[in-house]
Design a protein around this ligand. Sequence first.
Ligand code: CA
Length: 336
Amino acid sequence: MTTPRNASHSVGAPVKGFGIVRGHVAWRDGDSVALLEPGGSLNALMARGRDAWAEARGRGEEALARGEGISLEDAVLPFEVADYVDFYSSLQHATNMGRLLRPGGEPLLPNWRWLPIGYHGRAGTVIVSGTPIRRPQGQRPGPEFGPTERLDVELELGFVIGLPSALGEPVPVERALDHVFGAVLVNDWSARDIQAWEYQPLGPFLGKSFATSISAWVTPIDLLPRVPLPPQEPEPLEYLRTELLGFDVPLEIELNGEVVSRTNAKHLYWSVEQQIAHLASNGASLRTGDLLATGTISGDEPGSLFELWRGERFLADGDEVVLRGEGLSEVRGKVV
Ligand code: CA
């Protein structure tokens, strides 16, 4: 088990973003919130595109500058989730997981460096930060049925689609960001025993679908600093070729008040532009409210407890996990 080097936070920039408070679309800056207009979700604003997003943010910033904000309070799920896709875009995570799940084999499967691997998840169980996590039951190796004994977290970024795309029309990689309303943190809660028994040959199913927690506030991506990603080898096919930019967002996993792992979104291999271009390359449309999660982000330190503790320990009842990312709204969840 890894002992935390320094258990205190290093992530602490003020959070900016859109959310839903008191039945209103709201803009948050730090601990102040401007109520913009009545609404139960951000979807209507999200569908209108970049100019509308900038105009709404401008109104929020002006209201706060005039002192018309209220104090930060609990916010609800900020948007109605349309489709939820979870990618697998961290080279370090995919390598670590390959070693843990298929010991003795080649950790990385041959397709991994050619396309952003992903699967369609369960949109209806995406929940807002603070919602308690009930330990799921399921079928695990044996086979036997019962409460998972290997409950884990996955620290991910999530990109929220605002502007939809037309069915049958691919989204060119250089236009992909036009569709992105903002970013959230994602905790893709995972039951490793259920996952290990069910995931071949079609991928994750009940080991992941019981709960996925996201931030209550959606941060515009132009507020997140961009950095070049590590070079891709081999060079991807033409529809995935673009300037390779990621996000320099320091990330932390906090367990029961102690930081146990630190990583950064800049360690991802595939970019959000490539994920979107790949998702739509067969003509599948983007919908307002789609949530595209990056997959667990591991670097020198991992984005899951499975990797951190090598399967020797998992979450216990009563454990509380908080995921933090610089400039993003935290994701909190307690196991009950
Ligand atoms: Ca995941």
